[in-house]
Design a protein around this ligand. Structure first.
Ligand code: NAD
Length: 263
């Protein structure tokens, strides 16, 4: 199936590894010109090399911390200078530390909001006017299943991502008339460094072994396995496609059935 995004310019943030990297790879494989960022040049170089080798596509890296308001502004200007536009924006960032609601002080909550909520708002504020000029755009924000079924041990994530979900629904309603769709993708447990870190924290906190962590998870998932980054990347690529042009304002879970609610 041709997704119709050959030649479109995509920015995927926090994409040197994990879900972001898988999304960048899939978009490059579909013929988009892809810009990726993260904070570490060396890891970015490895990601660019892998994506170029696997797809033969156009990919360019930018060192940028998504919480640095001016750094993000400069990066967006550089991408427009280098590629002429931004048609597809995939907002991603690292996940905040694990812990329950009373484990954190106000500053911890502030940092989580900076990382996951305010970074998204900043990116959208900067990219939307560029998309409006073209009367076409796709914004996809990576959130979490925790927006539909909060996870007791991820209170910072539950809190920040609920804000993101409210924000993207507000934004999607506002700019649908401009040909721009805005959606969230809610990953369930997917095999990345983030999940490895959660497994290590589970063991370090005396909750059981790493094997216990994975078998408990898999038991809670109707498909009885955690997801692959490839499955995740392919879903994001679909939402970026021409064919997904009438889908906006949704939070779509990619979770093997993990969320138990109706919506
Ligand atoms: P990961 O830790 O494997 O990768 C995170 C990426 O973000 C890395 O490339 C890292 O360098 C980059 N990054 C982190 N902070 C950044 C910053 N301030 N500025 C720029 N780049 C930054 O994580 P992942 O598993 O790929 O998860 C991506 C997002 O999805 C996270 O927010 C995570 O909490 C969320 N999520 C992941 C899962 C999962 O199972 N993997 C499930 C639900 C939600």
């Amino acid at each position: 199936m041709d997704l119709g995004i050959k030649g479109k310019v995509a920015l995927v943030t926090a994409a040197s590894q994990g879900l972001g990297k898988a999304v960048a790879l899939q978009l490059a494989a579909e013929g988009a010109k892809v810009a990726i960022c993260s904070r570490n040049q060396e890891i970015l170089d490895e990601a660019v090399h892998k994506i170029k080798t696997e797809t033969g596509g156009t990919i360019q890296d930018y060192v940028c911390d998504v919480t640095d308001e001016n750094g993000v502004k400069n990066m967006i200007e550089d991408i427009v200078d280098d590629f002429g536009s931004i048609d597809i924006l995939v907002c991603n960032a690292g996940g905040p530390p694990a812990g329950s609601a009373l484990d954190f002080n106000l500053n911890d909550y502030r940092k989580a909001l900076e990382l996951n909520l305010l970074s998204t708002i900043n990116l959208c504020n900067l990219a939307v006017p560029i998309m409006q000029k073209e009367s076409w755009g796709r914004i996809i924000v990576i959130t979490s299943v925790s927006v539909k079924q909060p996870i007791d041990t991820l209170a910072l994530s539950n809190t920040a991502r609920a804000g993101v979900t409210g924000y993207i629904k507000s934004l999607s309603n506002l700019i649908a008339k401009d040909g721009i769709t805005v959606n969230a993708i809610c990953p369930g447990y997917t095999k990345t460094k983030r999940v490895e870190n959660l497994a290590n924290a589970f063991e370090a906190n005396g909750n059981g072994t790493i094997e216990d962590f994975y078998s408990k998870l898999e038991n809670d998932i109707p498909m009885k396995r955690i997801g692959t980054t490839r499955e995740f990347g392919q879903t994001v690529a679909f939402l970026a496609s021409q064919g997904a042009g009438y889908i906006t304002g949704v939070s779509l879970q990619v979770d093997g059935g993990y969320i138990k609610s109706l919506f």
